[in-house]
Ligand binder design. Structure first.
Ligand code: FAD
Length: 416
């Protein structure tokens, strides 16, 4: 069913009782050409591009709960391509380009809103680092503007400029950055993939990977064994658990990251702002809630909820930046299980097990990567070769030492 103004009007006439489900609910078949484990944005996008770009049809996406119940439906929805390293910037800029055409591609309103992303700087050294990053972005075809304090004041007059412990000196602005509605991205990819024959199987947990003579045979699931020539893992914080059943020990730690939403208030933040002297980022949703977050909790966990200390930490950073939010009430908070890699960059690669492919290490930046991650993972699975924008995302970089450490902080997930 194509969504359009006409179909909306037509269905209104019948009281909206004739809409068909956006995707089917098929029983798993005994065998597929490709099985993607994980029904988050990355898994579903991979299935979509495998079908659309590479013409594969016998594909299943296996999800242990409901699609989008992982990080895809739990993030603060920021999209941007403001990276420094040659391993990262072309990839994230490719993702940004895919975001810009996504709604037309999927025929689905993913509420992609290019409202801008502004990273504030608070010292001369930080300004120089941002100038360098902005130059790297522009060399890769992305947009970047370095603003001074007066320009930031004009844009965001409500920040604390007078009494701040770390005075705001300016910011690096990417106007094409912004937000997208996370659930809608999941639903849009699911609907488009289903429309091309992909089986999306919910309530189907992958319990282990079956291998023979170093080759993948399929996956054991809570709904029985499913044979597959190729298996792709897109399980975020659970990737290392499932991969261990195939004998792989990954350079990934699972950590909790929390997100926060306030009560709805009148619109006053029309962009995404990040604090440069602490870990805090904020935007305002279309319903008026302030959507914000900060650091990971800092301990390993598989729980989708976090602890109290980080709430205080994040709110303190928010108050330091914009004291006027002090009387806004916090409405909701939750956590997601992050797949933190040891250099802060992702892995999209083959594995020592033939037919087993890996998509992980998204840290807290994987939502913005969803389209390119799906595109590049599909490319790898279909052709056996990495897409040119994802060439640096090799698994063996942790053995060879050619890491892609964007922040230069080493194997310290809390600092990435
Ligand atoms: C609080 C928070 C804020 C964030 N903010 C941002 C942001 O602003 N911008 C940004 O770019 N990124 C952000 N991120 C990161 C981003 O959400 C993730 O990197 C991205 O969504 C990862 O997508 P995914 O599809 O790989 O993972 P997920 O959406 O987690 O998908 C993995 C799926 O696998 C399923 N699964 C797990 N184990 C099994 C199993 N054994 N069998 C079958 N299925 C299984 C899970 O249920 C889940 O649905 C944030 C994350 C969190 C938690």
């Amino acid at each position: 069913m194509k969504y359009s103004a006409l179909s909306l009007a037509w269905n209104a006439l019948s009281g909206h009782t004739r809409w068909k489900p956006a995707w089917r609910d098929p029983a798993p078949r005994p065998q597929y050409d490709v099985v993607i484990c994980g029904g988050g944005g990355h898994g579903l996008a991979t299935a979509h591009y495998l079908a659309k770009v590479h013409g594969l049809t016998r594909i299943a996406v296996l999800e242990k709960g409901w699609i989008g119940s992982g990080n895809a439906g739990r993030n603060t929805t920021i999209i941007r391509s403001n990276y420094l390293l040659p391993e990262n910037e072309p990839f994230y800029e490719w993702s940004m380009k895919l975001w810009e055409g996504l709604e037309q591609d999927l025929n689905y309103n993913a509420m992609v809103s290019q409202r801008g992303v502004l990273n504030l700087y608070h010292s001369d050294a930080q300004r120089d680092a941002y100038a360098r990053r902005g130059n790297a972005m522009r060399l890769n075809g992305a947009d970047a503007e370095l603003l001074d304090e007066a320009a930031v004041r004009r844009m965001l007059p409500f920040l604390d400029y007078e009494n701040a412990r770390f005075p705001i000196q300016g910011g690096l602005l990417q106007r094409r950055g912004g937000t997208a509605r996370h659930d809608a991205v999941v639903w849009g990819y699911a609907r488009a993939a289903d429309g091309r024959g992909v089986d999306i199987i919910q309530n189907c947990e992958v319990t282990s990977i079956r291998t023979r003579n170093g080759r993948v045979e399929g996956v054991e699931t809570t709904r029985g064994f499913i044979a597959a020539e190729k298996v792709g893992l897109a399980l975020a914080g659970s990737t290392s658990l499932v991969a261990s059943s195939a004998g792989l020990r990954l350079p990934i730690e699972s950590h909790v990251l929390q997100a926060f939403v306030s009560e709805g208030i009148k619109p006053f933040i029309d962009t995404v702002v990040t604090y440069g002297a602490g870990h805090f980022y904020i935007s305002q949703s279309d319903k008026g809630g302030l959507v914000f977050g900060g650091d990971i909790d800092g301990y390993n966990s598989y729980a989708q909820r976090g602890g109290l200390p980080i709430i205080e930490d994040v709110c303190e950073a928010g108050m330091a930046l914009m004291p006027r939010i002090g009387r806004v009430r916090l409405l909701r908070l939750w956590g997601g299980i992050m797949d933190m890699s040891m250099d802060g960059s992702p892995i999209i690669d083959t594995t020592p097990v033939k037919g087993l492919y890996l998509n992980t290490g998204w840290n807290y930046g994987g939502f913005k990567a969803t389209p390119a991650s799906g595109w590049c993972f599909a490319h790898l699975i279909a052709t056996g070769a990495p897409h040119w924008t994802a060439r640096g995302y090799r698994l063996d970089r942790f053995a060879t030492g050619y890491v892609a450490d964007e922040k230069g902080v080493g194997a310290q997930p809390n600092l990435h």
